[in-house]
Every structure is written in structure tokens, then in C-alpha cells.
Write a protein that binds this ligand. Sequence first.
Ligand code: HSE
Length: 300
Amino acid sequence: MIRVQVPATTANLGPGFDCLGMALELHNIIEVLPLAHGVAIEVSGEGAAEIARDERNIVFQAAQRVFQQVGFIPGGIKIRLINQIPVARGLGSSTAAIVGGIIAANIISGGHLTIREMLPLAASLEGHPDNVAPAFLGGIVVSLMADGEVKYLKITPPAGLKVVAAVPDFALPTRTARDLLPQQISFQDAAFNVGRVALLVAALHQGDLSLLNTAMEDRMHQFFRSTLIPGMRKVVAAAKLAGARGVTLSGAGPTVVAFADSNFDLIARVMGDTFRESNVKVKVMILKPGTVGARALEVR
Ligand code: HSE
């Protein structure tokens, strides 16, 4: 049996659409066991009520992709998921399923694929590499697809940084949140984001949190998505007033994340209260950056 632990992730970090992401200290466990025949899937924790228990399951599909790629044909498979990552909330739950399925299937089939080979496979299943790269590697990762590969560099998260995540109780599938985006943006808005994302990467690399408020601004995606997230803009403003260094949508949303190095409890309280004022039920978590990426915990 292979047991893989995969961290949650927060992608985009504001202006870094599809190219920036960070692992978080919140994990899913994916256990995979080859069987003589049949498919058996068990789910506990987050998503237990809604995650598919048949061939539509994302872990199953990711594992099948690896088996196809390496030419391994298992008789059957048992998958057990123990989930901490809320599903379809912008915290990388589908990424964790894909990455966990790929790593477990790779070990079961003889470990033929390297991380450099598994990364593009995961990114192609997910559609973009910004969550899968930090899920594999831990830390903050700048990543993009080029020449069939995921090109990436890792940044160590600044000391003392924590992420306050306000997780609304409604799902927002990434596809729906991407359908809200325009086909084109103006030259001015593109220049706005290019400057911010460059400043953000430099600020994170140097551990200078004082620039995050400006560096995490964005004009590419959050405005359009805010129409589906009641109270989002008020939550962002309230978290900043409470002392957050930078505040943004997590991935495609609906979770809002505040980056902070102090006032964590206050920030958590005002984010929760402000969402509730807009009649959004919400769970708030204070999370450390995940310095370790996905790993196989047990092989027997
Ligand atoms: N970057 C993606 C998006 C979500 O904003 O649609 C996370 O992969």
C-alpha cells in the first residue's frame, strides 16, 4: 500500500495568474493499493459526501494516466482518501488528488517517472501548473509550461509569514471561475500586473512583507470573480485594516487569503465576521506555509 501526503496550495497570490503558488500546512492523505480486480474508493473528511467513488474520481483518473504512460496494467485498485483540504474552494483540492494519484501510481508501477516528468503530467490534467508545482515541491513556486515542460523556481517562504484563509461554505469550480474571465485585457492592465508580479516575486524572495499590499494587487482576474463571491471586496478591505500585509483570492476562489506576520487572530475574526455580514457562512483557518511538498509516507 502506498500512502502519499499532499499539501494544500494557494495559487496566483494576486497578480501571478497561473504562475505563482504556495504550499500550506494542511494536507490530504491518498492511499492506493493494487487489487486483483475491481475499483474500491473510500473517502473521509472534506468532500466525503460529494467525491465520486467510481471511475470519475480524480485520484483514480490521475493514477490511470500514469499506468497508461508507463504501460502498467493493474488488475484493480483500492483508493482511500483522508481529506483535510476543503473541496472546490480554491485551496488546491483537485491538485492534491491529481498529485497524490500520480505519485502513488508511479511508485506502484515501478517508479519510472521523475518529478520533472510527473509535473507536466499533473499540470496538463489540472490545466495550469501554479498549484501542482508547490504541491510537489513545497514552499512558494514560480512555474509555467514551456516546450512541454514545467519550468520552475522555488522561493523559501518569508520567516513569520502565515496565511489566514476564510473559506466560504459554497463551492466555486475553477472552470466556472475561469469562464468569468474576459478574452482580452487592456495594455494598461497587463502592465499593472506585470509590475506587481515582478515586485511580488522580489519581495517574497527577499522576505520583505512591507511591499505585499501593493505587490499583491491584480487587475486580471479578481474583479471578475468577485461578482460570484458576496462580500469579497469588503473582506479584503477588513483584513487589511486588521493588519494583513496583503490580501487576495486564493486560486480561483471563493476562499480569500490574507498574508500576515502578526494580528492573526484579529484578522481571522474580522474576515469571518465580514463574510457573515454578507450572509456567507465561512470557516477561517490560520495556516503556516508548507515547506515540504508531497511525499510518500509509507510503502508496504
Ligand atoms: N490559476 C488558476 C485560476 C487557479 O486562477 O484560474 C489555480 O490553478
